[in-house]
Design a protein around this ligand. Structure first.
Ligand code: SAM
Ligand code: DTB
Ligand code: SF4
Length: 329
């Protein structure tokens, strides 16, 4: 048990998810300690560098142009402003900056050139830079890599079977292809999904199966709880119960023991003890800062207090590279 494997079966994963909750948390906590320092939690922060107006129809997303949501749409931000926001996040303990754009895919135009400049500017602050810009070709991923990109986020979001209930403007295979393009360019992969969209437990497990059976596991796995947004087709979905999020985090930890599991959207409104159980169950990353892309999130001060209370410390940037370097020394 606990070794990094990529030959999981759906039944094995279901069996893990269905264990008595505290047994599951204990097993996940045990695996977590074999691969990670349990006190360390990576702090990532998000900047929505281009908000809204997206041509896709993702049912959960407030940034799809076709839904009437109350977000502040804006064109691509200026490089200097992004750099200043990143520096502020760094001063608040963030070691990774994730730059998000409401694009279906990257196009080879001036906006992409500006994003490459943003990547250079933020990596010059000695932070890990992650981008989430929609679909990318291998060539575009290579340009991002050359600019210093550390990670690319591209969530598979749910199971292949449930995908078409949520998105009709692209296919599951498009997502997998972008992830392969990112891998080929030597950029680390950040990929996970959302729970609470009306999927069944089997869909959640099938999503974990797809991630856990990749040739190389994504280095980071964000687990989002749907933030229901007025105006989107999923606005009336009930909030996910904390115990479901805890199970999901614990199962992700057990099937991808070496990956960083991020407790992502949905922390706003969770109690400290609910979040503590997620950390116990193997979550070792959060998004921090008072806004995710368009929705509220606990602010840096709330999280500092939580870290102090729970005895957690923010992780350093490039820790995994350092580990490899140390092992080789
Ligand atoms: N447009 C790019 C894409 O789709 O890959 C990047 C930005 S998109 C907003 C990034 C991710 O945010 C989605 O894949 C989804 O997992 C997450 N997301 C969007 N809206 C959400 C919501 N209301 N609740 C939880 N997660 C959400
Ligand atoms: C991820 O898995 N979740 C983040 C980030 N990667 C890009 C985005 C969450 C968005 C939540 C809804 C919003 O704020 O618009
Ligand atoms: Fe566009 Fe990404 Fe939102 Fe889908 S999730 S509508 S692709 S911004």
């Amino acid at each position: 048990m606990d070794e990094v494997r990529n030959n999981w079966t759906l039944d094995e994963i279901k069996e893990i998810y269905d264990k008595p909750l505290l047994e599951l948390v204990f097993e996940a906590a045990t695996a977590h300690r074999k691969y990670h320092n349990p006190q360390e939690v990576q702090v990532s922060s998000l900047i929505s560098v281009k908000t809204g107006g997206c041509p896709e129809d993702c049912a959960y997303c407030p940034q799809a142009a076709r839904y009437h949501t109350d977000i502040k749409v804006h064109k691509l931000m200026k490089v200097e402003e992004v750099k200043a926001r990143a520096a502020l996040a760094k001063a608040n303990g963030a070691s990774r900056m994730c730059l998000g754009a409401a694009w279906r895919e990257v196009r080879n135009n001036r906006d992409f050139d500006s994003v490459l400049d943003m990547v250079k500017a933020v990596s010059s602050l000695d932070m890990e830079v992650c981008c989430t810009l929609g679909m990318v070709s291998e060539d575009q991923a290579q340009k991002l890599a050359d600019a210093g990109l550390y990670a690319y986020n591209h969530n598979i979001d749910t199971s292949e079977a449930f995908y078409e209930d949520i998105i009709s403007t692209r296919a599951y295979d498009d997502r997998l292809r972008t992830i392969e393009n990112v891998r080929r360019a030597g950029v680390t992969v950040c990929s996970g999904g959302i729970i609470g969209m009306g999927e069944c437990t089997e869909d959640r497990m099938a999503m974990l199966l797809t991630l856990a059976n990749m040739e190389a596991h994504p280095e980071s796995v964000p687990i989002n709880a749907l933030v229901p947004v007025e105006g989107t087709p999923l606005a009336a979905q009930p909030r996910v119960a904390a115990h479901e999020l805890i199970r999901m985090v614990a199962t992700a930890r057990l099937v991808m023991p070496a990956s960083v599991v991020r407790l992502s959207a949905g922390r706003e409104g969770m109690s400290l003890s609910e979040q503590a159980l997620c950390f116990m169950a193997g979550a070792n990353s959060i998004f921090a800062g008072d806004k995710l892309l368009t929705t509220p999130n606990p602010d840096f001060n709330d999280d500092r207090e939580m870290f102090d209370l729970l005895g957690l410390v923010p992780g350093e940037a490039f820790k995994y590279d350092k580990k490899e370097a140390d092992a080789g020394a």
